[in-house]
Unconditional design. Structure first.
Length: 325
């Protein structure tokens, strides 16, 4: 099949030159015949017979075969140049198309599929193989099932900053695992928090580093109930107010926080009495909560956790706009 195509292409490239030569030779012959006829006719009018007229015309014109060949050579020399140029450009075009097809086929065959697929970190899936594992227990070391683990992973692919949030629930053994979220071979940072009902929430921050992480361990202390009541300035309860614990500072000054971008699983909404229970603080410590009244933006409220079980009243006035992670 390839041989047939090659012979067909060769014939095509050769045919135009042969066709032009035959056509040019025929035109030259017709031109010579016209000149001879005109010359012979002039001799006849001068009194010569037809045979003598033709002989005199041939003598005056010269060797017709030689003249025909010379005229044909001059014409073909110009046409030959343009024909070869056409052949050369055609071959270059065929070679370029062939190379382009080969490049597409070889590129698809050799490029790993994984390298074109990026994980949320901005690195390839193969590079983002670091997992977050650990355990959440109470003060006595007993596992806490159903605890929320909220992680925020920061990466710098190509010196550009990325931040992504991940969440998990602990199982019956209090363990958790979030697979393939950071690139051990590149620089990254992680903020991770654990929060469970009726326990003080805790967080850890892993600053800029490389390498694999050891399993985390959170020991959550028991907390006392905290109830927030959202009211209008007139004292009417506000239903549908969203809130979640943002930050707490222990009496020894150690701070724990939950990044805003990871907090969706722990957002609570006030009921018909305007009450939300956020039992994750210790009496007497400084705390911050994120709050969003219906139809408004998120904002932060600074609190001092009471030592009794009294309600903390929060109204829409004197708000602080939300800041932070």
């Amino acid at each position: 099949m390839i041989r047939i195509w090659f012979n067909t292409l060769l014939s095509y490239l050769q045919a135009p030159l042969q066709t032009h030569a035959d056509r040019e030779r025929q035109e030259i012959r017709e031109e010579i015949a016209f000149h001879l006829s005109t010359s012979a006719e002039a001799h006849q009018q001068g009194g010569k017979d037809p045979r003598q007229s033709q002989m005199l015309a041939l003598e005056e014109f010269g060797d017709t075969n030689h003249i025909e060949q010379e005229c044909c050579d001059v014409s073909l020399s110009q046409h030959f140049f343009w024909h070869r140029l056409h052949q050369f450009l055609t071959l270059i075009l065929i070679a370029a198309v062939g190379y382009f097809c080969w490049f597409l086929i070889s590129d698809q065959g050799t490029q790993p599929v994984e390298s074109a697929t990026l994980a949320p970190s901005g690195y390839t899936i193969a590079e983002t193989n670091g997992s977050l594992t650990g355990k959440v227990v109470d003060a006595a070391g007993k596992p806490i099932p159903g605890a929320h683990v909220l992680a925020v992973v920061k990466t710098w692919p190509g010196e550009a900053f990325r931040q992504n949030s991940f969440a998990a629930l602990t199982d019956e053994e209090g363990t958790f695992q979030i697979d393939s979220v950071y690139p051990p071979g590149e620089k990254y940072a992680i903020q991770i928090a654990a929060i469970a009902e009726n326990h003080l929430f805790q967080s850890q921050y892993i600053s800029l580093r490389q390498g694999s992480l050891e399993p985390f361990r959170f020991e959550l202390q028991q907390s006392t109930p905290l109830r927030l009541r959202f009211e209008t300035e007139a004292g009417a309860p506000l239903e549908g107010v969203s809130a979640f614990p943002f930050e707490r500072t222990e009496n020894n000054g150690q701070e724990h926080c939950i990044y805003f971008c990871s907090a969706n699983p722990i957002i609570r909404t006030s009921n018909g009495e305007g009450i939300v229970s956020l039992s994750h603080f210790q009496p007497g410590e400084q705390a911050s909560v994120y709050v969003r009244f219906p139809g408004q933006e998120w904002e932060t409220r600074q609190l001092v956790i009471p030592r009794s079980s009294e309600l903390l009243i929060i109204t829409p006035t004197d708000s602080n706009q939300a800041e932070g992670g």
